[in-house]
Design a protein around this ligand. Structure first.
Ligand SMILES: [Cu+2]
Length: 435
């Protein structure tokens, strides 16, 4: 039976609304709770209610503003990093958010754009106190809420978490160990789309790394237990209930403003290993830098990486500050132009907001997806799009509930500080060749 993709999307929408309505009946709160309390003078970028500031116990402070978009969900802006020893916050990102969650099913019957067509932003869920351990749950006003009685959602968790070793080093004497347990600021929401619940997690580490991941949990869609053509996996008893395999292709949209300038330069690095030559005992490895001056659709490759280099700022060693893009493991889905590549660098255009199914009207002839925007423009103000896919072949363990499966990337400081930002005082002189 032919299935019109839109009808399925509408069912999902109706379900989300019904669930939202149920939740509203239980948890409706006085909207006054959402209003900001009197607070110290807010920074210029946002009022106190929309400000996240956390000094981690290891001495690093992260600051940012948050807002909530009716489709894209959580948007983080004006993100700065201030490790111990830095007199001022270092500007890192002007804006960071999801760029799309594209979900094509293996049987070709359905393809969803969860942010723009399936109600991701509207599906913001109230968080129970226990799912933000040690942290604060803020009330989020969902713009243009489909369910006006449930437009204020206790949906944004900010908390801290231990990460394990930030470093360990044996000292000069046998009983001296330099070690630090790393601490992270976590910022997350849960957004329901149909039967799925997506955790959008941002992890700000005390060493300057930002890890962004989406975790899919909730339930497999009960309407998808129909794979009859070898494109599913049986999760009922015996050869029954074949859950249709599908992909979750998650895009992030990052606009860096290192040291306050959005005019950072993009560089690609590749290393080539050659067999031993010229009497050397071992293979050699040559790393080359390629400046990316024009828009690029890039593919991850062994020993390839990219970084965004500050247009203006240098660390105390005189090296240009930069952030490296480190995509996590994934399964690239080659079915659509926009999912064919791992990273896209596009010249900033405020109309270009979603990696696929771009909603704003950018005028006739302007493409609707990120692959179309790579058209040879000079990169003066690069926007970074990262695509991390997951091919979800269901397993018995997926019910019930479905365990969270994570996908994402990190952006890692490279020469933002002249040394390890968490260097203990005793080792502060150990910069450069040891004496
Ligand atoms: Cu899935």
């Amino acid at each position: 039976m032919p299935v019109i993709s839109n009808s399925r999307a509408l069912k999902r929408t109706a379900l989300a609304l019904a669930l939202a309505g149920l939740a509203a009946g239980v948890t409706a709160q006085a909207p006054a709770a959402a209003r900001p309390k009197a607070a110290p003078a807010p920074p210029a970028e946002c009022s106190a209610a929309y400000r996240i500031q956390q000094k981690l116990s290891t001495g690093t402070t992260w600051r940012m503003c948050w807002r909530y978009h009716k489709e894209a969900g959580l948007v983080l802006e004006h993100i700065t990093y201030q490790p111990p020893g830095e007199a001022r916050p270092v500007k890192v990102l002007a804006s960071a958010k999801l760029g799309q969650i594209h979900v094509p099913y293996d049987d070709g019957e359905n393809e969803y754009h969860d942010l723009t067509q399936a109600g991701f932003g509207q599906g913001l869920k109230d968080l129970a106190p226990g799912e933000c351990p040690g942290g604060t749950i803020r009330t989020v006003r969902v713009p243009e809420a489909w369910d006006p009685s449930h437009q204020n959602v206790k949906g944004l968790c900010t908390t801290t978490r231990s990460r394990g070793h930030a470093y360990r080093m044996q000292g000069d004497t046998a009983n001296k160990v330099f070690q630090m347990q790393g601490k992270d600021l976590l910022v997350y929401t849960v957004n329901q789309v149909g039967w799925y619940e997506y955790i959008t997690e941002w992890r700000f580490q005390d060493d300057g790394t930002i890890a962004m991941n989406v975790g899919a949990t909730g339930s497999l869609s009960p309407m998808d237990y129909d794979a009859g053509d070898g494109r599913g996996w049986p999760i009922g008893k015996g050869a029954k209930a074949y859950a249709t395999s599908h992909s979750h292709n998650v895009f992030w949209r990052l606009n860096f403003n290192l040291d306050g300038s959005t005019k950072g330069r993009v560089e690609q690095y590749d290393s080539k290993v050659s067999a031993p030559a010229n009497g050397r005992p071992a293979p050699t490895n040559k790393t080359t830098r390629t400046p990316i001056t024009k828009e690029l659709a890039g593919d991850a490759r062994n020993m390839r990486w990219w970084r965004v280099v500050s247009a203006t700022g240098r660390n105390k060693d005189g090296h240009p500050r930069s952030y490296e893009i480190v995509p996590g493991a994934g399964a690239k889905y080659p079915g659509r132009g926009y999912t064919k590549h791992d990273v896209y660098f596009t010249q900033y255009d405020k109309c270009e907001q979603y990696a696929s199914d771009n909603l704003p009207n950018c005028g006739a002839g302007h493409g609707k997806s990120v692959d179309k925007w790579v058209d040879g423009q000079t990169l003066k103000n690069p926007v970074v799009w990262v695509n991390v896919g997951f091919h979800h072949v269901a397993r018995d363990e997926d019910q019930q509930p479905m365990p969270v499966h994570w996908q994402g990337l990190s952006v890692v400081p490279r020469d933002v500080t002249a040394m390890n930002p968490l260097t203990p005082a005793e080792l502060a002189g150990r910069n450069g060749r040891p004496e």
